[in-house]
Design a protein around this ligand. Structure first.
Ligand code: F6R
Length: 253
């Protein structure tokens, strides 16, 4: 079941997303969180940090697994996803860093690293909520449009459109890594709940296509239509603009 929650602005959508995580942490303080990077979850992380500072929630017993990491970037590189997570969440909440996990982008043997990470994800005994952003091409994690849905963690070649989209975070386009290690679509689909965050006009077409179009690996996020549990979509008005036009009844205001 897909629940689309309307947020007037990006901040409103981020607060809605933070509410989903807050509810989980209040009912299950030792929850396992599947986390994402990129611009979409930043506002939610800020809100969660504020709630943690006020003592409303705690990450003390939380474990986390992140979706992905760039190949070739060390954890202390300022564009690595390990660095992103430390600076946008982990350093500001009471999480035990030993309980946080990301693929190692510097692993000498990426295939072995993928198998290790599959083991890490499996050892969690299930992800309670998996946070996702959505790529302009419909990717989730770094699972790019393909002819099949990936199962486990894999080494992926980033598409030109993803490299273009991510170039905004780097000095030069040539600096953007061309490969990543990413949890597979199958692993994402194993979570108990999905929290998809989409912000801005650029996501409006792909969000509608993913949630209402054909289910196809050419639009990886479309598989969420077959998710066994609840998919909560927290999006702002811009990202919802096409859905509001075509399927207004599907949006909870
Ligand atoms: C990040 C990730 C990606 C992003 C997606 C959207 O860990 O796996 O799928 O969620 O590329 O990125 P933003 O949020 O920057 O638009």
């Amino acid at each position: 079941m897909i629940k689309i929650i309307y947020g007037k602005c990006a901040h409103c959508a981020s607060v809605n997303a933070a509410n989903v995580i807050t509810d989980l942490l209040k009912s299950k303080p030792d929850a396992v969180l599947g986390l994402a990077t990129g611009s979409s979850p930043i506002g939610m992380y800020k809100e969660l940090i504020a709630r943690c500072e006020k003592g409303e929630i705690s990450f003390k017993n939380v474990k986390s697994v992140n979706l992905d990491e760039y190949v070739g970037l060390a954890a202390d590189h300022d564009q690595s996803y390990a660095y992103f997570m430390s600076h946008n969440l982990f350093n500001h909440v009471d999480i035990d860093k030993a309980n946080t996990n990301l693929p190692n982008g510097l692993a000498a043997d990426p295939a072995a690293e993928c198998r290790r990470y599959d083991g890490v994800v499996a050892s969690m005994g299930g992800v309670d909520v998996q946070v996702l952003g959505i790529g302009n091409n419909g990717h989730i994690g770094f699972n790019e449009p393909a002819t099949y849905f990936s199962k486990g963690t894999g080494l992926v070649d980033l598409t030109d459109s993803t490299i273009d989209a991510n170039a905004r975070f780097f000095e030069k386009r040539e600096d953007v890594p061309t490969q990543a290690l990413s949890m597979g679509v199958g692993q994402i689909m194993n979570a108990d709940k999905i929290l998809l965050i989409a912000l801005g006009k650029g996501k409006a077409e792909i969000l509608e296509k993913s949630l209402f179009g054909d289910v196809t690996p050419e639009v990886p996020a479309s598989i969420l239509q077959f998710f066994k549990g609840e998919v909560v979509v927290c999006a702002d008005e811009e990202a919802l603009s096409v859905i509001l036009e075509k399927h207004p009844e599907a949006v909870t205001k």
